[in-house]
Design a binder for this molecule. Sequence first.
Ligand SMILES: Cc1cc2nc3c(=O)[nH]c(=O)nc-3n(C[C@H](O)[C@H](O)[C@H](O)COP(=O)(O)O)c2cc1C
Length: 181
Amino acid sequence: MGLQIVLGVSGGVAAYKSAMLASSLVQQGASVQVVLTAAAENFIGAATFEALTAQPVVRDAFDAAYPLGPHIALADKADLFCVAPATANFLGKAANGIADDLLTTLFLSIAAPVLLAPAMNCDMWAKPSVQRNVKTLQEDGVHFVGPEAGWLSCRKQGLGRMSAPESICRRIAELASSLEA
Ligand SMILES: Cc1cc2nc3c(=O)[nH]c(=O)nc-3n(C[C@H](O)[C@H](O)[C@H](O)COP(=O)(O)O)c2cc1C
């Protein structure tokens, strides 16, 4: 694939699937830089992503390793920005230009195509405010994959399940080939 991908992971249960996503992308030849939100670290640890991607995870908007700020350094090198899972909170902030942590600041500073893989409880996904935010982001040119219907960790069946890592990889490959065209 040969792409530089920034993979944002926000705080939902589906974060465990993002490790498989990161590994698949690496196996396909991508360089993957993971950014975790503080909430995401309740679900999965940085060590997993660091081992899978062979790159330090970045989570601090004021990381001293980046004098210009990691939102500038990571945005500059990204061919594609994927957030999986994308929480309702992330969608709300991204749709409204709020940048109060590294992931949301990166969303604003990145010029590369953005692919979001939402994941949440079906009642959250159906909420008018969430749907408004999705529509705003789509109108702004942001790409989406999923969510899909099925078993949710809240013990319900419904729409809100994050797309499988293979589906997200496929969408990334499609976007990558449209970049090359
Ligand atoms: C057990 C648990 C599971 C959660 N799962 C989700 C989820 O799947 N999707 C979601 O949008 N929020 C979920 N949340 C809520 C988010 O973690 C919360 O809104 C958080 O502020 C998101 O922060 P972030 O967007 O900065 O990662 C969950 C919270 C808990 C405690």
